[in-house]
Design a protein. Structure first.
Length: 265
């Protein structure tokens, strides 16, 4: 299979996209991570793959097969499957093609979407019986975990990662008649904000709640100095992508994961 890496969009400057990639890595930092010959290896037991994968941020000096063997030892010791995140910025160049040669499966095609100016995104007035509430890290991890069906261990790992994050996170839940129907959070780093864990309960989808939630999150982040925003969404999640496009986001670049076991989750 030929290596499939979508070129970054020319609609955004390379400096902005480089910052988006760095901010995304910083926002997903877990306590469980180490460097292996220039690769950032994360082995958090939570649900998010971005916190339990290899980020190939530097070429290093060792042969790729040696690096992979060293990374595999880390994941084996943590009792986790190994995933390698492949982006247009991955090093060394041609890493995806080398993983093809070694038989690594490609999974979870994802788009990074960017809105270069969030100044126009004022909060939408909430309908009657609907309210927005700030919640703490642990409460948010438990809430979004319950909505997603995450295990208790995954929820606890998520809460730990948020509590120890090197960047500021803030979370909101949307309630209707006292019941949580949507939630989401943002991470601010300088003038850049990332939206994370935006989730609407299945029975409440298609009612505009996600758009309202995102507008509130972005307005809060703008008050903290954010001017541009990014998010990560699976390429086949058409309803979510449509919500983000209406808010002014567009595709900036793509990434995916590689795994030696195609059935790994």
């Amino acid at each position: 299979m030929a290596e499939m890496i979508h070129a970054p969009s020319t609609a955004f400057g390379p400096a902005l996209l480089a910052r988006v990639e760095e901010a995304g890595i910083n926002a997903s930092a877990p306590p469980q991570q180490r460097l292996v010959d220039g690769w950032l290896v994360r082995f958090c037991p939570g649900k998010a793959k971005r916190a339990r994968c290899v980020n190939a941020i530097s070429a290093g000096i060792l042969p790729i097969e040696d690096k992979l063997a060293m990374c595999q030892q880390v994941f084996d010791a943590a009792g986790l499957p190994m995933f390698i995140r492949i982006t247009p910025f991955s090093e060394p160049r041609g890493l995806g093609a080398e993983l093809d040669r070694l038989g690594f499966a490609r999974i979870d095609d994802t788009r990074v979407m960017v809105c270069a100016d969030i100044s126009h995104l004022d909060p939408t007035p909430l309908p009657s019986r609907v309210s927005a509430h700030h919640v703490g890290h642990d409460a948010f991890a438990q809430t979004v975990g319950a909505l997603r069906g995450s295990s208790i261990a995954q929820r606890q790992a998520h809460a730990e990662r948020l509590a120890n994050s090197p960047v500021h996170f803030s979370a909101l839940v949307i309630k209707r008649d006292g019941e949580i129907v949507a939630c989401g959070q943002y991470a601010v780093e300088g003038a850049l904000v990332g939206l994370y864990d935006v989730f609407t309960a299945p029975a409440a989808r298609g009612q505009g709640l996600a758009g309202m939630l995102c507008r509130q999150l972005l307005a809060d982040a703008a008050a903290r100095g954010a001017r541009a925003a990014y998010l990560q969404v699976e390429s086949d999640n058409s309803p979510a992508r449509a919500v983000y496009q209406r808010l002014g986001f567009s595709d900036a670049y793509a990434y995916h994961y590689r795994a030696p076991d195609p059935n790994a989750v």
